[in-house]
Design a protein around this ligand. Structure first.
Ligand SMILES: *Cc1c(COP(=O)(O)O)cnc(C)c1O
Length: 411
């Protein structure tokens, strides 16, 4: 059964049967048969549902939970998420169409991102979703499109706050950023909105991502709410939507622990109570991608060669960074660390070996595991990469070296 001391958290998260990991009710070899090929991604409906249910238990009842679909835009996944969250956040018009296909009301869909093209803005206006305005130029562009199409766009201002989300994997607010309108310039943007025929909804403040420190998240949430309250006096209408971002992280690397969402929920309930007096009509929203789906997915690839080079063992697999850039360490990591990896059909094999797992690409960057101690594996075995439900398939350079595509399935 499971070992008591672990390097990576996910290794204990799953049951095994006859040495094989069980995922979404199926043993790994069975899952591979069902896919009909390796490499593949498997995503679990149940794990996503459990994640959302637990989050709702920890968060204030009035809080709206949105799914940021760029984390995993597979249409079946987005459809499943649409049924269990309160809204969807998109970052392009194509993502918007996937979101609308689920039946999620346009009212609960929003679009953010610098560099929205005029056509995308028009699509968003026609659909009736909320556009998060990222610059003064974009604001005027939206106003022009609104006028030409005869529909008032629903807009919220994305604010680049003066503060940042501390200890984040990726900072997306604070300092000079391409995202949002600097906090200092928001009053003048609000003044401009009063002159335009636009339907103002509120604010969006997204300060960072992949954070595992409740204190940092709580602080950013409190500052975001306080900022919105301060700016509410300048608004043309009462704030109806206040998206305070997300940033909830998941444990990838040895020693990282799951986020304590209960303490975040308790603090947020208090913050929402206080802000409720000043901005009573505001619906408070958090938007999460990775946290909702990241732990609900595996990437599975098969060992097609095993060789020894000057004393080191190399397991060569049929997929690599072309399908899973993040696991190779080339997606935002400063220092390469091993993702949680297992030999999916030898989970309880006592004989261990230190190995390098590499993909089939002709580049030294194509590494899935660097000197990891794993059960002794052979050609034909299945390598699993955990924590692969977010920023995997669509965040990878799938055409690089023109290898066969990975398959995705929602189980
Ligand atoms: C990417 C992004 C998200 C999702 O971030 P996660 O780290 O996956 O939770 C949410 N909101 C905005 C505006 C984003 O750009």
């Amino acid at each position: 059964m499971n070992k008591p001391v672990l390097q990576h958290r996910p290794e204990t998260a799953f049951r095994t049967v006859d040495g094989s990991l069980v995922f979404a009710g199926k043993s790994l070899p069975r899952l591979a048969q069902m896919a009909g090929q390796t490499p593949f991604y498997a995503y679990s409906r149940n794990l996503m549902t459990e994640r959302v249910e637990r989050l709702r238990r920890d968060m204030p009842d009035a809080l709206k939970i949105h799914y940021a679909i760029k984390a995993n835009p597979m249409p079946a996944v987005v459809q499943h998420m649409a049924d269990i969250v309160d809204g969807l956040d998109v970052a392009s018009a194509n993502e918007m169409l996937v979101a609308l296909d689920t039946g999620m009301p346009a009212e609960n869909i929003s679009m953010a991102g610098p560099g929205k093209r005029p056509l995308e803005l028009l699509q968003a206006i026609a659909a009736g979703i909320t556009i998060h305005v990222e610059s003064p130029h974009e604001l005027d562009s939206i106003a022009r499109q609104s006028e030409q199409s005869g529909q008032a766009a629903h807009i919220a201002i994305r604010i680049n706050p003066a503060f940042e989300l501390k200890s984040s994997g990726m900072k997306m607010g604070g300092g000079a950023k391409q995202f949002g309108i600097d906090e200092e310039l928001v009053p003048s943007a609000l003044q401009r909105i009063k002159e335009l025929d636009l339907d103002f909804r509120g604010f969006h403040i997204f300060s960072g991502s992949q954070n595992l420190k409740p204190a940092a998240i709580i602080e950013a949430q409190q500052k975001s709410m306080a900022l919105a309250v301060r700016l509410s006096d300048f608004c043309p209408t009462p704030i109806r939507k206040l998206n305070i971002g997300g940033g909830f992280g998941i444990p990838y690397f040895p020693g990282e622990m799951p986020l304590d969402t209960r303490s975040i929920g308790e603090a947020l309930a208090e913050t929402m109570r206080e802000a409720g007096n000043s901005i009573p009509e505001a619906e408070i929203i958090i938007e999460l991608g990775r946290y909702l789906v990241g732990e609900a997915g595996l990437y599975v690839t098969r060992i097609i060669d095993k060789k020894v080079s000057r004393g080191q063992v190399f397991l060569v697999t049929d997929g690599g960074l072309n399908h899973h850039l993040a696991a190779s360490g080339n997606f935002g990591q400063v220092i390469r660390k091993n993702y949680p990896v297992a030999i999916g059909n030898r989970m309880d094999c006592p004989e261990k070996e230190t190995v390098n797992i590499v993909g089939p690409l002709c580049t030294p960057l194509d590494i899935l595991a660097d000197k990891m101690e794993l059960p002794r594996a052979e050609i034909g075995d299945l390598v699993i990469i955990f924590q692969s439900g977010a920023y995997g398939y669509t965040a990878s350079p799938r055409d690089f070296l023109n290898q066969p595509a990975a398959l995705q399935m929602l189980v």
